[in-house]
Design a protein around this ligand. Structure first.
Ligand code: S3P
Length: 430
């Protein structure tokens, strides 16, 4: 039995909130904590299912790590060569980040390992990492000619490469940089637009030599990584749901504390401001090498915009909720250059088009984006999450602005990235 929820329209959102830790940074904190020498302490680790998959995978490779009662994680790092061969398949659950980054990391080990995941992850393309890692010398087998998990990885001594990625993907870039830790010399990745740079920042923070390149980044192999204390900021991708909720709901004023505003991630702030959204950054500061601020958002009259190009990778996970904002904006919103949305946890272009149209939305799917005619608002209806956490939460936000209650089927997937989403939604709409 899947969980179903009904969300009613909200009158306004007010108060203050703290959003759980950033998913991308939480994954990387476990990985680098494990590969460093000595202990690392992670504050604000996201206890969502995706990051717990990474946590369990490292435990299965002999890393001692504890969840300390007040929400911290302590990792006893064993150095670059400290992982041991897992005696079973590593289960990445729903997490593409776990599978793709770990494939890079496992490519340079002296052992054999197998990665699998849930039915959604086993449908997602892996050739994008398998192929460049093959150029570095490793052998990886998978279904669909090596494109689909389960993936079997025979680690080996890697060669450094210069790789030009055809897509702007932080998972591809990070897989190669993590493999590059194990190659003698300099490994370089170029990408068509800059994707999120959390790996680069955290690798530097732990002591690796990371060099910016024109349209890319390099890492020097075999660094000595030292255990560090990491403060994980709130996840801007999770904050995005509440930003849009407050923007579309008259009378709202919401303060979201301690949110990561790394420019390679904060495209959603640019998009919502282009749409006319009032979002103020308060007390911008830096935490463990990542920029952070409090966000004050007020209800605003939104207008349709055109989104494409370099903005797309900087807001890649936010398009489901951007499409909701667009339904409440005056005029047309056009999203282009976002073909990657088709290979996320689900095909997010198809899923949002279908579900918003069930609520009376005027949404047309494009091959690489969507066209949304706004201001007609949304009506009551029955929807489905497609098993995708961000689709479920986007539909909940759509419901806040709809003319009547919206039923959302299959909502337990929100635990993937935002375990207390429903609780926080109840609190700020009360
Ligand atoms: C992530 C990168 C993005 C993003 C995902 C997390 C990461 O994926 O969609 O949720 O942590 O590196 P791609 O690299 O496939 O764009």
């Amino acid at each position: 039995m899947t969980e179903t929820r009904t969300v009613s329209p909200a009158s306004r959102l007010t108060g203050e909130m703290i959003i759980p830790g950033d998913k991308s940074i939480s994954h990387r904190s476990i990985m680098l904590g494990a590969l460093a020498r000595g202990d690392s302490i992670v504050h604000g680790f996201l206890e969502g299912e995706d990051c717990l998959s990474t946590f369990q995978a490292f435990r299965a490779m002999g890393i001692e790590a504890e969840r300390v009662p007040d929400g911290q994680i302590k990792i006893h790092g064993r150095g670059l060569d400290g992982l041991s061969e897992p005696d079973d398949v590593l289960d990445c659950g729903n997490s593409g980040t776990t599978m793709r980054l770990m494939t890079g990391l496992l490519a340079g080990q002296k052992f054999f390992s197998v990665l699998t995941g849930d039915r959604y992850l086993r449908r997602r393309p892996m050739k994008r990492v398998v192929q460049p890692l093959g150029h570095m010398g490793t052998r990886i087998w998978g279904r669909g000619g090596g494109d689909l998990a389960p993936l079997a990885i025979q680690g080996c001594q890697l060669q450094p490469i210069e790789y030009r990625s055809p897509i702007a993907s932080a998972q591809v870039k990070s897989a190669i940089l993590l493999a590059g830790l194990y190659a003698e010399g300099k490994t370089t990745v170029y990408e068509p637009h800059t994707s999120r740079d959390h790996s680069e920042r955290m690798l530097s923070y732990f002591g690796a030599e990371v060099q910016p390149e024109k349209e890319g980044v390099s890492i020097i192999g075999r660094p000595r990584l030292e255990g560090r204390e990491v403060f994980v900021p709130g996840d801007i991708s999770s904050a995005a749901f509440f930003l849009v909720a407050a923007l579309i709901t008259p009378g709202s004023e919401l303060l979201i504390r301690n949110v990561g505003i790394n420019p390679t991630r904060a495209g959603i702030l640019d998009i919502l401001r282009m749409m006319g959204g009032q979002i103020e950054l308060i007390d911008a500061r830096e935490q463990s090498g990542e920029p952070v601020a409090d966000l004050l958002v007020r209800h605003s009259v939104l207008k349709g915009v055109e989104i494409g190009g370099e903005l797309v990778p900087r807001a890649i996970d936010e398009f489901p909720v951007v499409s909701v904002a667009a339904c409440f904006a005056e005029g047309q919103t056009v999203i282009r250059d976002a073909r990657e949305l088709r290979v996320k946890e689900t095909d997010r272009i198809a899923a949002m088009t279908t579900e918003l149209n069930k609520l009376g939305g005027q949404v047309e799917a494009l091959d690489d984006g969507m066209v949304i005619d706004g201001a007609g608002g949304l009506k009551t209806g029955e929807t489905h999450s497609h098993g995708d956490h961000r689709i479920a939460m986007s539909l909940a936000i759509a419901a806040l602005g709809a003319a009547g209650p919206v039923r959302i089927e299959d909502t337990e997937c929100t635990a993937t990235s935002f375990p207390n989403f429903w609780e926080l939604l109840d609190r700020v709409t009360a």
